[in-house]
Design a protein around this ligand. Structure first.
Ligand SMILES: O=c1[nH]cnc2c1ncn2[C@H]1C[C@H](O)[C@@H](CO)O1
Ligand SMILES: [Zn+2]
Length: 376
C-alpha cells in the first residue's frame, strides 16, 4: 500500500473536507423559504410559487434554459425581495451559515449593490447591511461548531454604466469586509472594455478584480478581460478550452492565449453545474474542467448560484468525483488553488492553507488509511 490517496471520498467526507469558494452570488443563493417570507413581508406579489419546495424547483427549471440571458431573468425575483437593510442582512447571514454547514472555510461572495436601491437604500447602506450579515452568519456558524470567513466582492452590471462608481465603493470598503470587484450580467454585446475606466482606477489603487468572461462568449472576451482590463481572475473562463487543441493521436497543443493563462497561473473560477444550465458545457463528462485539471491550469471549483443550480460546494465536488474519479488529493488540489487565488493578503492565505486546509485533508486521509488497515 502506498501513501498516495486513491480513494474517492463519499458524500459525507466531501462535506467535511475544507472547501474554498471564490465565485458565489449572494442574490443567487437565497433559501427558498426565506424568499417566500421576505416576499410576504414586503408585499412582493410576483413570485411564481409560494411554497418553498415548489419555488426551489421553479428556480432550477427556469435557470435550465440553455441561455445565459434567460438564466439571468430569474434574478428579478431574488433582487425584488432584497431591497431593505434587514433583508440583505438576513440573507447574508444565512449565506455564511449555509456555506459553513457545507464545510466551506473561506468564501468570496459577490453581489451588485446597484440592484438593491429600489426602496431608497444608498450604495453604502447596502454594503454595510451585507457586511453586518456576513459577520452575524460567521458568529452563528462558530456557535454551531463551524468556522467560515466570508469576504464580499462588489459587482457592477456590465449592461449598466455605474462600474466606476462601484469600483470606488469597493475601494472605500477595502479592509472593511470588501475584498475586490467584479463585473457580471449578459456577456454577448457587453465587452469588458466598456468598463476600462473602472479597471484602470482599481489598478491605480492596487486593488483586485475578477471579470465574468469566457462563459457565454469565447476567447475574445477572455483576451479583453486579461490583456485590456488586467483581470486578476476569470469568472468562469471555461471557453479557454477553445484555444486548446487535442489531435486524433491524443497530442495536446495550447494556443497563445491558453498558454498565457496557464503560464501566468490565471485562476479560472469554474462553475460546472451553472455551465450546463446556460449551455456553456453539455455534460459533466464533457466539461472542460477534466482536461484543465490534467493540464494543471489554476482551476477552481465554484457554485455560481446555489439557488438557481440547486447546488452547493459539496454537490459540485460529488459530481466531479463521480464523473472524473477524483480523490481527496484532487479535492485538496482544487482547494489550495482557490485559496492561493483569493483576494485576501498573502500571509492570511498561507495561514489558511497551512493551518486549516492541509490539516483538514490530512485528517480525512488518515481516517481512510486506518480504515484500509482495518480491512486489510
Ligand atoms: O454566471 C453568471 N454570469 C453572468 N452574470 C451572472 C451570473 N450569475 C449571476 N449573474 C448576475 C445576476 C446577478 O443579479 C448579478 C449580481 O450578483 O450577477
Ligand atoms: Zn457568476
Amino acid at each position: 500500500m502506498t501513501s498516495e490517496n486513491t480513494q474517492q471520498p463519499n458524500p459525507e467526507q466531501i462535506r467535511r473536507a475544507p472547501k474554498v469558494l471564490l465565485h458565489d452570488h449572494l442574490d443567487g443563493g437565497l433559501r427558498p423559504a426565506t424568499i417566500v417570507e421576505l416576499a410576504r413581508e414586503s408585499g412582493y406579489e410576483g413570485l411564481p410559487e409560494t411554497d418553498p419546495t415548489a419555488l426551489g424547483t421553479w428556480f432550477r427549471a427556469a435557470a435550465d434554459s440553455g441561455s445565459l440571458e434567460r438564466y439571468l431573468e430569474t434574478f428579478a425575483h431574488t433582487c425584488a425581495v432584497l431591497q431593505t437593510a434587514q433583508a440583505l442582512r438576513r440573507v447574508a447571514a444565512e449565506c455564511a451559515e449555509d456555506l459553513a454547514a457545507d464545510g466551506v472555510v473561506y468564501a468570496e461572495v459577490r453581489y451588485a449593490p446597484e440592484q438593491h436601491l429600489e426602496q431608497g437604500l444608498t450604495l453604502e447602506q447596502v454594503v454595510e447591511a451585507v457586511n453586518e450579515g456576513f459577520r452575524e452568519g460567521e458568529r452563528r456558524a462558530r456557535a454551531a461548531g463551524h468556522r467560515v470567513r466570508v469576504g464580499a466582492l462588489l459587482t457592477a452590471m456590465r449592461h449598466a454604466a455605474r462600474s466606476l462608481e462601484i469600483a470606488e465603493l469597493a475601494n472605500r470598503y477595502r479592509d472593511l469586509g470588501v475584498v475586490g470587484f467584479d463585473i457580471a450580467g449578459a456577456e454577448a454585446g457587453f465587452p469588458p472594455t466598456r468598463h476600462l475606466d473602472a479597471f484602470e482606477y482599481l489598478k491605480r489603487e492596487n486593488n483586485h478584480f475578477t471579470i465574468h468572461a469566457g462563459e457565454a462568449f469565447g476567447l475574445p472576451s477572455i483576451w479583453q478581460a486579461l490583456q485590456w482590463c488586467g483581470a486578476d481572475r476569470l469568472g468562469h473562463g471555461v471557453r479557454i478550452i477553445d484555444d486548446i487543441h487535442v489531435s486524433e493521436d491524443g497530442g495536446i497543443k495550447l494556443g497563445r492565449l491558453a498558454s498565457y493563462v496557464r503560464d501566468k497561473r490565471i485562476p479560472l473560477e469554474l462553475c460546472p453545474t451553472s455551465n450546463l444550465q446556460t449551455g456553456a458545457a453539455s455534460s459533466y463528462v464533457e466539461h472542460p474542467i477534466g482536461l484543465l485539471r490534467k493540464l494543471h491550469f489554476r482551476a477552481t471549483v465554484n457554485t455560481d448560484n446555489r439557488l438557481m443550480s440547486g447546488t452547493s460546494m459539496s454537490r459540485e465536488f460529488e459530481h466531479l468525483v463521480s464523473t472524473f474519479g477524483y480523490t481527496l488529493d484532487d479535492m485538496q488540489w482544487f482547494t489550495v488553488n482557490a485559496m492561493k487565488s483569493a483576494f485576501i493578503p498573502f500571509d492570511e492565505r498561507l495561514a489558511m492553507i497551512n493551518d486549516v486546509i492541509k490539516p483538514g485533508y490530512a485528517e480525512l486521509k488518515a481516517e481512510w488509511l486506518f480504515r484500509q488497515t482495518a480491512v486489510g
